[in-house]
Design a protein around this ligand. Sequence first.
Ligand SMILES: [Zn+2]
Length: 140
Amino acid sequence: MSRWKWTVAYLMLMALIALAAGLCGRYGSGKTCEMDGQELSPGLRVDLKMADGSGYAFCSIACARRWLDRQPDTLANEAVVRDALSGEPLDAYVAFFVRSKVVTNPTNGNNIHAFQYRTDAMEHVRRFRGQLIADPFEVE
Ligand SMILES: [Zn+2]
């Protein structure tokens, strides 16, 4: 193959990669928040799976909650949050939520923290004058 053909092949490959990356970002599995477009941090991200099977990722609990409030159908089928200490994913059903003076993200003012263990949640409450709150994603 001539050098010119290699160049064309290379450019086409790059274009394909860019296209694939763009599509991923557009359909929720990308790396930015669905609500405010901020980069997702692995320790704070929230994943929502809606009743119709679509999925969305958010940079914080505040963003996920705000976004849900704007939807005509606010029932999230499944919410996966991250433990504030370990960053491990956990189902919102089993997580403990604390609202405190600690803001994880100044841009969206997120002050809700998720914990896997009640002891960790209570420790945060005690240290940062927080309070335990109900699961923000609870389906009524
Ligand atoms: Zn966000």
